[in-house]
Ligand binder design. Structure first.
Ligand code: ATP
Ligand code: SF4
Ligand code: MG
Length: 364
């Protein structure tokens, strides 16, 4: 039998404190250097039981690395992650084994993550081979059927192989597999990015239904802001290994106060036809700097149109400077001050209508 979780709905389930993950850099001929890739560099956040934290940011900002460290697939360089009151990096072997059951993952590409020679039934029941106490062997066929029904798959297809399912159906197998161990937290790493737009809406709906039914907690990773908005209660925006802005979903989307968030939001397609062509789009210059050698002070300063000497000299803390939620910017302000931005497309400044609304874009 599984132990009762300590944290109740609404209480803190996971508290990440100053998490750092550096990778050593290997040069040609396999020689190591003294350089490191600063993939995650001092992340702190809280996650409450039953909520969804959306984690959004450009490719390479460290989203998947954070996920892998939290799933104990990579050791951290430093920092703590308190899960149900215990530091997951200080657990003994037995405790780590138990934790691996409680935190599950759904990956981006269901085809890559499902063994091609295993049937749906084998794939869904495989986690019970390792965590054999979760479901008694004689109950497993019934439980597989239940799980297939829960994720919207016809149980009559239990003996089919991954290639016989569509992309959306394969992702449903991945979700059923994650649910098999009755986890508390599911880390969803770009779970709908590889799916057609029409299928995405259905799978996002499934995530929400399951959460409502089972009281699950999600970390939902994506680089698409409109997807993160649809599923998240709270949002954390990442840039080059750090969180630059975080808060309630509506606060971050409707009152973005970090220039990077404002630039990301300005690029989100507008659902309201009346607003189309009226919004200023901020085009960020260049690629993000190398995580091996990030800029001093504010890491965003090499692409920021508001940067001053202070931004090069001092790391801006992730705090609320009066805008209502934390942002890591010395000059955090709801107004993007795009007049001084070097690359803007004309129109009205981004505001509450800049991104698709949660209700409006909710899949049906
Ligand atoms: N095992 C590793 N060894 C060295 N560098 C790594 C390793 N894993 C990730 N990195 C580097 O860490 C940085 C963050 O990578 P990560 O995969 O976490 O980004 P991401 O935000 O998930 O990107 P994407 O949106 O493309 O999935 C990148 O610069 C990446 O090259
Ligand atoms: S701290 Fe400076 S460089 Fe960084 S986002 Fe704010 S204004 Fe831009
Ligand atoms: Mg990734």
């Amino acid at each position: 039998m599984r132990a009762e979780p300590l944290a109740r709905r609404g209480e803190v389930l996971l508290r990440v404190e100053g998490l750092v993950k550096y990778f050593p850099v290997r040069r040609a001929l396999g020689l190591w250097t003294t350089e490191t890739v600063k993939a995650v560099d001092g992340l702190s956040f809280e996650l409450r039981r039953g909520e969804t934290l959306g984690l959004v940011g450009e490719s390479g900002c460290g989203k998947s690395t954070l996920a892998r460290v939290l799933m104990l697939l990579e050791p951290p360089t430093s920092g703590r992650a308190m899960f149900d009151g215990r530091d997951i990096f200080a657990l003994n072997r037995r405790e780590r084994f138990d934790l691996r059951r409680r935190i599950q993952v759904v990956f981006q590409d269901p085809y890559d993550s499902l063994h091609p020679r295993m049937t749906a039934e084998q794939l869904i029941s495989e986690p019970w081979e390792i965590h054999s106490d979760v479901v008694p062997r004689r109950e497993r066929p019934t439980r597989v059927r239940d799980l297939m029904e829960r994720v919207g798959l016809n149980p009559s297809r239990a003996r089919d192989y991954p290639h016989q399912f569509s992309g959306g159906q394969r992702q449903r197998i991945g979700i059923a597999r994650a649910l098999a161990l009755e986890p508390d937290l599911i880390i969803c790493d770009e779970p709908v990015s590889a799916l057609d737009v029409s299928i995405r809406a259905q799978v996002l709906n499934l995530f929400r239904t399951i959460q409502a039914d089972l009281g699950l907690t999600y970390i939902f990773i994506a680089h698409d802001l409109s997807i993160v908005r649809q599923v998240s209660d709270r949002v954390a925006v990442m840039y080059l290994g750090g969180i630059v802005e975080s808060g309630e979903q509506a606060a971050v989307y409707d009152h973005a106060s970090h220039p990077y968030t404002q630039a990301l939001l300005s690029a989100v397609p507008v659902s309201d036809p009346r607003q189309r062509g009226r919004r200023t789009r901020i085009l960020l210059a260049g690629d993000p700097p190398s995580p091996t050698n990030p800029p001093s002070g504010c890491r965003f300063r090499t692409r920021c149109w508001k940067a001053t000497q202070l931004c090069a000299d001092e790391v801006p803390a992730l705090v609320d400077r009066g805008q209502g939620h934390p942002a890591a910017c010395h000059y955090a302000s709801e107004l993007p001050s795009v007049a001084s931005a070097p690359n803007v497309e004309p129109g009205a400044p981004p505001g509450p209508s800049a991104a698709a609304g949660r209700q409006a874009s909710r899949p049906t």
